[in-house]
Design a protein around this ligand. Structure first.
Ligand code: GAR
Length: 193
């Protein structure tokens, strides 16, 4: 008898472009993937990422305005095991964060704990840092402060500006996020056994 492993169900929250969404979806299509992307949630009806969900035939919803977002979205997450924030530019309330503890992850475009918050790439350039990077971390009630799952450094050259650094970091984000998601899925599956 061959028992097919049940894949963990993932919801991805976005606000804009959705390039990390795309890389997470593509990597979920590989045979070894432990996850399936079941739902895309946006807090912006004009997010470009929604067209990526459509193209890949993944159900999506969007909520506006911000008010009561967490309560409204909860009923769509009944079969979801993991939530990935991918360029989701809204702070989730602490009740929601606690409910999803160890199943809610985020990618941030810096080598945390440096340059938390908005415009992390710009912060790194302005600080004249010699490197920055990207970090995938568990979401905690303090912004960009949860336990790190995986991170990658990116060198900053003298000629770099915010745009060129963002591009270099994004290339790494697209590799790091799918890997980190598999690590989280593995941890959860091991716990379930
Ligand atoms: C990414 O660089 C992501 O790390 C960043 O927004 C961008 C979204 O791009 N997230 C944050 O700054 C969160 N604080 P994408 O929509 O193409 O994935």
């Amino acid at each position: 008898m061959h028992n097919k492993l049940k894949k963990l169900q993932v919801a991805i929250f976005i606000s804009g472009r959705g390039s990390n969404l795309e890389s997470l979806i593509q990597s979920s299509f590989t045979k070894q993937s432990l996850v399936e992307v079941q739902l895309v949630v946006s807090n912006n009806s004009k997010a470009k990422g929604l067209t990526i969900a459509k193209k890949n035939k993944i159900p999506f919803i969007h909520f506006i305005p911000r008010k009561n977002f967490e309560n409204k979205v909860m009923k769509y997450l009944k079969n979801i095991d993991i939530i990935c924030l991918a360029g989701f530019m809204q702070v989730l309330d602490s009740k929601f964060v606690r409910h999803w503890q160890s199943r809610l992850i985020n990618i941030h475009p810096s080598y945390l704990p440096a340059f938390k918050g908005l415009n992390a790439q710009d912060q790194a350039i302005k600080a004249k840092a010699s490197y920055s990077g990207c970090s995938v971390h568990y979401v905690s009630t303090k912004i960009d402060s949860g336990k790190i799952i995986l991170q990658k450094k990116v060198k900053i050259l003298k000629k770099d500006n915010t745009e060129s650094l963002s591009k270099k970091i994004l290339i790494e984000e697209h590799k790091v996020y799918p890997k980190a998601l598999q690590m989280v899925a593995k941890t959860l599956l091991t716990r379930q056994q």
